[in-house]
Design a protein around this ligand. Structure first.
Ligand code: AMP
Ligand code: ZN
Length: 114
């Protein structure tokens, strides 16, 4: 998607602080961090939201969970606990229309979320 912000980050047209990258996924720092650790994990393929997932997307979504697990451990938040969130569609607060997981850690989290 030519004009999608996160596709532009994948193509390195927009700068980002990259925490992890491989052939199918990218992780980078959220520009407005809501916790001491706040990374965004995205498939490199443009997928609009969880609501737009199609047959065949399962492998990359599963891989995103593995990358989240490894990044949480690498940044020292796994034992203390972390939040993996994907806001889906407007009512849930999605503002960038390229599916992403927020990986938040390094502070306590309340429940239910706001
Ligand atoms: P959401 O509102 O769940 O769709 O999350 C979008 C996230 O993208 C927000 O937490 C923003 O702070 C973050 N964001 C927006 N623009 C950028 C950018 N250029 N680089 C990194 N994170 C961004
Ligand atoms: Zn995109």
């Amino acid at each position: 998607m030519r004009d999608c912000l996160f596709c532009r980050i994948v193509r390195k047209e927009v700068p980002a602080s990259v925490a992890f990258e491989d052939e199918t996924v990218l992780a980078f720092c959220d520009i407005h961090p809501q916790a001491p650790l706040h990374l965004l994990l995205i498939p490199k393929k443009h997928i609009r939201s969880v609501d737009a997932l199609e047959a065949g997307d399962g492998a990359v979504v599963g891989h995103l969970f593995e990358v989240a697990r490894d990044l949480a451990r690498a940044h020292g938040v796994a034992a203390g606990g972390y939040r993996l969130v994907t806001n889906t569609n407007e009512g849930a607060g999605q503002s960038v229309w390229h599916m992403h997981f927020h990986l938040l850690g390094g502070r306590p989290f309340g429940w239910p979320p706001g």
